[in-house]
Design a protein around this ligand. Structure first.
Ligand code: SPD
Length: 363
């Protein structure tokens, strides 16, 4: 009898001990941009769903694309920008969303969804996550000290004109490390089509970039947040929310550095990053649960309130800080000079990649 009791106790204990293990069996693997989620978003998702999250980050579409197009991404949810998403859809890299598992879809801004149909007809494969612009972040005091009243802090000339860039070499200029992000901005600055399919336009962009190349401290797509905040660089071509995060970090550090962001008057890119489920996803229900939770009004607002990017979530606006909703750098006013990225022919992609390699190597 004693023996039987011991066995029963062990069995009950064994079952109890294995319960958390069972809960932890539900998992979702998410691959998102760095510095792009609320402080406690993952924790809240895990608490509400019992699904544990593996969360990895990247800082360029090119890096994400290599994984997704390999067909073995290893992730359940990834977040490409809309133009890359379109390419991936054509390559058959994603599965269609089951919207019956995303009741929060109703929270999305229908005008934005209509625009995004240019990349993903019927919004069949992806849900918008956040959107933003590409612009210039700068250290107000250093730029004023080096360029005085001449500082063109409303123009790409601050970086793309050697007259100014050469004076900023010492304090540090950084540029996003991506052909697809930067070459359209250069073409647009030159008065050319930012989505040009003419190879000779890329030669012009290359010539301009080589004329300022020596003044660029580095090409990188995430390091500039910390470096702007610390004063290790003074100008960055970067993404809106990242620059605002740099400004917030400097403010928190009380280091006397004021980081500002502007959308250059010549115009810039506006883009949206999209949540999609790769073909090789192993946890498809959990991926839908993740997407649904990101589209919750409060969670969506928490993300925007933390990362300072625009929200695609209309219902979230009730919870987004007024300072953000009325910020022209985050929600650009009507009439701001903005363009979107188009999907370019593969031949032009190759031209862009070659051009970028030459620019970076300085030859
Ligand atoms: N740190 C988050 C940055 C998100 C940037 N997405 C950019 C896409 C631009 N085409």
């Amino acid at each position: 009898m004693q023996h039987l009791n011991t066995l029963l106790c062990r069995a009950v204990l064994g079952t109890l001990l294995s319960l958390p293990a069972l809960a932890a069996d539900k998992t979702v693997k998410v691959y998102n941009w760095s510095d792009y989620i609320g402080e406690d978003t993952i924790e809240k998702f895990e608490g509400a769903t019992g699904i544990s999250v593996t969360y990895d980050v990247f800082d360029s579409n090119e890096v994400l694309e290599a994984k997704v197009l390999s067909g073995q991404s290893g992730y359940d949810v990834v977040v490409p920008t809309s133009d890359y998403l379109a390419r991936h859809i054509k390559a058959g890299a994603y599965q269609k969303l089951d919207k019956s598992k995303i009741p929060n879809w109703k929270n999305l801004d229908t005008d934005l969804l209509a625009t995004l149909e240019n990349y993903d007809p019927d919004n069949a494969y992806a849900a918008p996550y956040q959107w933003g612009t590409t612009g210039i972040g700068y250290n107000a005091e250093k730029i004023a000290a080096l360029l005085g009243e001449d500082a063109p802090t409303d123009s790409w000339a601050l970086v793309f004109d050697p007259k100014y860039a050469s004076k900023l070499k010492g304090c540090g200029i950084s540029i996003l490390d991506s052909a697809g992000e930067v070459l359209p901005l250069v073409l647009n600055y030159l008065g050319l089509d930012p989505n040009s399919t003419n190879p000779s336009d890329y030669e012009k962009a290359e010539a301009l970039m080589l004329s300022v190349r020596d003044n660029v401290r580095y090409f990188h797509s995430s390091r500039y947040i910390t470096d702007l905040a610390n004063g290790d660089i003074c100008v960055a071509i970067g993404w809106s929310g990242d620059i605002f995060q740099a400004a917030a970090r400097a403010e928190e550090a009380e280091n006397g550095i004021e980081v500002l962001y502007y959308i250059p008057k010549e115009g810039t890119a506006m883009w949206a990053d999209m949540m999609a489920i790769p073909k090789d996803a192993k946890n498809v229900d959990e991926a839908h649960a993740w997407i649904n939770m990101m589209l919750d009004a409060q969670i969506g607002a928490d993300i925007t309130n933390y990362v300072w990017y625009g929200s695609p979530n209309k219902a979230a606006e009730a919870y987004i800080d007024e300072e953000i909703l009325s910020h022209p750098g985050i929600y650009p006013p009507e009439g701001t000079n903005l363009f979107t990225f188009k999907v370019l022919p593969t031949k032009i992609d190759r031209v862009m990649t070659r051009t970028w390699t030459k620019i970076k190597s300085g030859k």
